[in-house]
Design a protein around this ligand. Sequence first.
Ligand code: 5GP
Length: 191
Amino acid sequence: MQELNEKIEKFGTVLPGNVLKVDAFLNHQVDPELMLHIGQEFAKRFAGEGITKIWTVESSGIAPAVMTGLAMKVPVIFARKHKSLTLNKDMYVADVYSYTKKTTNRISISKKYVSPDDKILMVDDFLANGQAVEGMLEIADQAGVKVAGAGIVIEKSFQPGGKELRDRGFRVESLARIKSLANNQIEFDKD
Ligand code: 5GP
């Protein structure tokens, strides 16, 4: 997505540990117009899939997820993140290791907002090692809902998450793919 690549080129900075900082437009200050276009693009790519809900994880996934829900006219659920959470019969839970924070969070979704007829689209800001998507997939499995795939704003294709998911036949649509962040240079995958 050209508009997104241009934003990354203009505002993205590289932090140690292969972390791309995009807090000028995605996960601190948010560019609403760009988010709207991202939501419209996911809606276009997943049109006709019968999606009933968007799932994401708080907090950085919420902006693109809400715009996707708006474009698809379906509700959005963001899994809550907790340092620790005792198991609760009213919640589905999974543990997710955070690549950027080097901690494990328990994510949860209330059973109240999940129906067995749901078909989910997962949306997230980044795909790196795939832990966040795997956590949501674990919850989808517990809930017995169908999953259409994942819409990712920025995939770091030099990390294994995207390949592992696609190799299992899981559909992943990324709007920007970063091939390398070596030497503080942002290099895009052009395919
Ligand atoms: P994964 O679970 O695929 O390893 O990583 C995805 C999650 O980690 C995303 O939800 C995102 O919040 C965070 N993340 C991973 N890599 C980056 C990065 O390079 N920059 C930022 N800002 N967040 C990242």
